[in-house]
Design a protein around this ligand. Sequence first.
Ligand SMILES: Cc1cc2nc3c(=O)[nH]c(=O)nc-3n(C[C@H](O)[C@H](O)[C@H](O)COP(=O)(O)OP(=O)(O)OC[C@H]3O[C@@H](n4cnc5c(N)ncnc54)[C@H](O)[C@@H]3O)c2cc1C
Length: 509
Amino acid sequence: MSWSGWGDPAKATPLPESVTTLLRELLGVQPRDESPVALSDIAPPEPRLDQDVLAALGKIAEVRADAEERVRHTGGKSTPDLLRIRRGDTSQTPDAVVLPATHEDVLGVLELATAHGFAVVPFGGGTSVVGGLAPEAPAFVALDLRRLDELLEVDEVSRTATLQVGLRGPRAEELLGERGYTIGHFPQSFEWASIGGFAAARSSGQSSAGYGRFDELVVGMTVATPSGTLTLGRAQKSAAGPDLRQLVLGSEGAFGVITSLTVRIRPLPEVRLYEGWRFPDFASGAAALRRLSQDGPMPTVLRLSDETETMVGLARTETIGEGDSGCLAIVGYEGQAGEVAVRRDRTHAVLSSLGGTALGAGPGESWEHGRFGAPYLRDSLLDVGAFVETLETTTFWSNIPVLYEAVKAALPGHLVMCHISHVYASSASLYFTIVSGRIGRDADWDEAKTAVNEAIIAAGGSISHHHGVGTEHRAAYAEEIGPLGVEVLRAVKRSLDPAGILNPGILVP
Ligand SMILES: Cc1cc2nc3c(=O)[nH]c(=O)nc-3n(C[C@H](O)[C@H](O)[C@H](O)COP(=O)(O)OP(=O)(O)OC[C@H]3O[C@@H](n4cnc5c(N)ncnc54)[C@H](O)[C@@H]3O)c2cc1C
């Protein structure tokens, strides 16, 4: 993983001429060199942990305290995170990186941290975009879980698999693929994020319409907490009290460290087919997605870009035909051949009856080809002085138009694009991409982000559909759940982590 940007540095994407033109014409950005400082020039401060503590940690797990390793575990991958580290800012750099190999190692680290009062930040793939890896603590270690990388069990009868949490998306799929199965969870960060991070941040993948969100796939878990081990999940559903798995899902390392997860698996699909549709406008496209979510049939991938995102996407890639106006939808099917054919025919009939025009496989193939590529483009945009960031929210279908307008109104003067990519019978998510030539010059992102968070809450949206809370959404989350909700979270935190060493300042207001 690039220390100053996204993914594999060998896959860096140069800015296409069409995007440079858009930047100039639409946003007044005159490309200029804003490349990151050299990694070798970054010198984090001396670790704030005693040598004795580092030595004691070293007896439990592998410890790395060299500058490069610490820089590579600094913050996550939000745009502000990237801008900070590109400048060589080490204010969020851990004092050491600790790599446990077993659940018991994790318990040992938590015990030592409790005794010595330093903080522990579970680190999966490090792709958090909400400040989930930047605790408010005088001294902290990044607990890198990459050595917990085994597929522990496949239960073919129940169609579940138990995996250690440090497995990254591709390796987990590879191990399950060898047995003929898939989890079906493909967020845009799939190539770098970890199984544990998917659960800790309630991730949602691009095929969520067909396979479900990651939290819907989790049926069991083992969690190391400073107060001991939690083992949860004896069946998919149970009436034995409130479901404590739900307390761990989305807990972002503030309650404990998930060390293994049991998840639902499906047979590998025989067929994968993605197609494009054009709708006259965002409202008619959204109505069609709602209809499918409520009355079926349900495709596996279902996403709709608004007019601006469609227009900017066109400038970059392919045409959606006939005047190139309107909104592009990607509708995909995965499964067994016969079943996919029937589902596709029925979906075509519904979408055509609701004003959609079928565009065939071209746009679908183009989406499939580029589905993990956009974050590389962000690095190239930052290199030339443009600001790009994303944010997301969710609400009930009836409130979608209000929330959509409220977010756009909170971000005046910037290019704001939106898509719907996760849908349910009652609700949908809205995912916004903001491109700006002003942020960092005459406008400030922190201010804009605070305004948009407030607008989301005021418009009845949730502060996150799938990125989580971290530090960036903590204040808005407190408003969303109210003082009593905050007190419940704090009580859970006190009981599982009495010394408050796990991710202080993250999630819990
Ligand atoms: C370019 C890009 C695209 C993205 N696309 C998507 C997307 O399509 N869908 C989506 O849902 N999200 C997306 N994200 C957000 C992010 O990838 C997800 O939140 C992902 O689930 C984080 O996984 P991770 O392993 O990187 O976790 P990390 O970033 O390492 O950690 C996230 C949080 O969980 C905690 N944590 C990590 N592992 C554990 C564990 N085992 N036990 C307890 N706590 C833990 C961390 O301390 C932190 O607070 C994207 C991010 C980027 C940068």
